[in-house]
Design a protein around this ligand. Structure first.
Ligand code: PAN
Ligand code: ZN
Length: 188
């Protein structure tokens, strides 16, 4: 295959991409904690995030990249966030680069939860084996670019069933990490 490139705008749009995905609340209802609020918002079904992917063939050694535009907002007290996933293939990490906005990269392995604060210019590493989710804790679009092995695969089912053991909610003093499944391993 031949080399290629994309221009990544500050808005998060790629001018050359293979797929554009939209995630609305009802595409990810099971991922938010406040089920009553999910029900109340179901008619409006707000857009939570948009992804522009440039995927390479799913073969060892190939790399894909994608931007995510995560909009500001909350479902109840819980900030808008991505579904979050494990990579299906063992031994595949990922690099995130924040282009604009502010948020948290929430990661979990077993019962260990780590967060990295994301703002313009921050580069974050997700080591292999860590589930990862992005959370917009700001009032503007949280925009980031991610680079990952093209054959990594995305396992959403484990998160849909077990959730992360901590969620990010708005408190009087700002974003707060709250335990909802203390000490429980994400992969039982
Ligand atoms: C990212 C994510 C993107 C959307 O490109 O896929 O932010 O999040 P979900 O995939 O959890 O819906 C990435 O981590 N790729 O591997
Ligand atoms: Zn990933």
């Amino acid at each position: 295959m031949n080399p290629y490139s994309s221009r990544c705008l500050r808005s998060g749009e790629l001018d050359n991409y293979s797929a554009r995905l939209e995630r609305r609340l009802m595409d990810m209802a099971e991922f938010f904690s406040d089920k009553e609020m999910v029900g109340a918002l179901s008619d409006r079904n707000p857009l939570i995030y948009t992804v522009y992917e440039m995927t390479a063939p799913e073969e060892p050694g190939q790399l894909s990249y994608a931007t995510t535009i995560l909009y500001p907002g909350k479902v109840g007290d819980e900030y808008y966030m991505t579904k979050g996933h494990f990579h299906s293939k063992e031994g595949t990490g990922e690099v995130y680069y924040c282009i604009a906005g502010r948020g948290l990269l929430l990661m979990q392995k077993g019962s260990r939860v780590e967060t990295t604060g994301m703002e313009e210019g921050v580069v974050a590493y997700v080591p292999p084996g860590w589930a990862h989710r992005s959370v917009n804790t700001g009032s503007e679009n949280f925009v980031f670019l991610a680079f990952y092995p093209a054959d990594a695969g995305h396992d959403y089912g484990t998160i849909a069933e077990n959730g992360f053991s901590k969620i990010v909610v708005e408190d009087r003093d700002g974003p707060k990490l709250v335990s909802i499944r203390p000490g429980r391993s994400i992969r039982p």
